[in-house]
Design a protein around this ligand. Structure first.
Ligand SMILES: [Zn+2]
Ligand SMILES: [Zn+2]
Length: 253
C-alpha cells in the first residue's frame, strides 16, 4: 500500500488542535477517560511510574523549583493570609495531636544553628523591632501581661504557703494579703539582690523551713527595727514600747 505523504498546513494543524480540544471536553469522552484512569490496572501502572526513583527525584526537584519561585511564594503567602485559611489553620492546630506535632517540629527547627542565626537577624530588623514595640505597647497586650504576671505570682505564693504554712509564724495572722517570706537569720536583702526576681522560685526549691518562714509584714518589719536584735515586738513584754528618745544605735540587724 503506497503511503500518501500529506503535508499538514498550519491551518490544518490548528483545526485539528481545536477539534481535539472540543473532543476532550465532551462529557461522554471525559467520563470514559475518567473510567479508564480509575481502572485498578491503570492505577497500578500509574503508581508504578510515579514510584520510579528517577520520577520521584524529578518530582522533588520540580517541587523545590516551583516553591522557590517568587510568584509561587506570593500566591501561597496571599492564600495563607486569607481569613478562611487562618480559621482552618486554627481549627487544625486546636487538636492536641497536631499542636504537639507543631511544637515538636518548632523545637527541632529552632535548635538548628542556621535557624538561630536567621531568627536573630529577623529580630534585629528595624521594622520587626518597631512592630514588636508597637504590639507590646497595645493596651490589651499590657493587660494580658499584667494578668499573666498576677496569675503567675498567685501560683508561686500558693506553692510557698503549701511548703511554709498559711500563717504568720509569729502572731498567726492568716490573711495572706499580710504575709511575706522571711529569711531566718537574715540575709534576705543580700539574697534578693543576688537572685533578683527568681527569689521566690529559690524559696520553693529550697523547701527548707529552717531557712525560710512565713511572717506577716508587721512581725517582719517589727523585728527589723534597730535596737531590738531581730526579735518581734510580740515576743517582748506586753508593755514594751520602742524608745524614740534612746541614742541612735547602728550596726544591729
Ligand atoms: Zn505576724
Ligand atoms: Zn510577731
Amino acid at each position: 500500500m503506497p503511503v500518501s505523504k500529506r503535508i499538514i498546513t498550519p491551518e490544518e494543524r490548528a483545526r485539528r488542535k481545536e477539534h481535539g480540544k472540543e473532543y476532550e471536553s465532551r462529557p461522554d469522552v471525559k467520563a470514559r477517560k475518567k473510567e479508564y484512569r480509575n481502572r485498578p490496572e491503570v492505577k497500578a501502572i500509574e503508581k508504578e511510574l510515579r514510584d520510579l526513583p528517577e520520577n520521584k527525584e524529578r518530582r522533588k526537584e520540580y517541587q523545590k523549583e516551583y516553591l522557590a519561585r517568587p510568584e509561587t511564594k506570593m500566591i501561597r503567602h496571599e492564600r495563607d493570609a486569607r481569613p478562611e485559611a487562618k480559621a482552618k489553620r486554627k481549627e487544625y492546630y486546636s487538636k492536641p495531636e497536631n499542636a504537639a506535632r507543631k511544637k515538636e517540629y518548632a523545637k527541632e527547627y529552632y535548635a538548628r544553628p542556621e535557624a538561630k542565626v536567621r531568627y536573630k537577624e529577623y529580630r534585629a530588623m528595624p521594622e520587626v523591632k518597631a512592630r514588636k514595640r508597637e504590639l507590646s505597647s497595645r493596651p490589651d497586650a499590657k493587660a494580658r501581661r499584667k494578668e499573666y504576671a498576677s496569675s503567675y505570682s498567685i501560683s508561686i505564693w500558693k506553692e510557698i504557703f503549701d511548703i511554709y504554712g498559711w500563717k504568720c509564724a509569729c502572731c498567726g495572722e492568716d490573711n495572706t494579703a499580710f504575709l511575706t517570706v522571711d529569711h531566718i537569720g537574715g540575709g534576705g536583702r543580700k539574697e534578693r539582690t543576688e537572685i533578683g526576681s527568681r527569689l521566690y522560685r529559690a524559696v520553693i526549691e529550697a523547701n527548707d523551713p529552717t531557712k525560710y518562714q512565713i511572717l506577716c509584714f508587721n512581725c517582719n518589719s517589727g523585728r527589723a527595727m534597730r535596737g531590738i536584735g531581730g526579735i518581734c515586738p510580740h515576743k517582748l513584754p506586753k508593755n514594751w514600747r520602742f524608745d524614740l528618745h534612746a541614742p541612735l544605735q547602728t550596726g544591729s540587724s
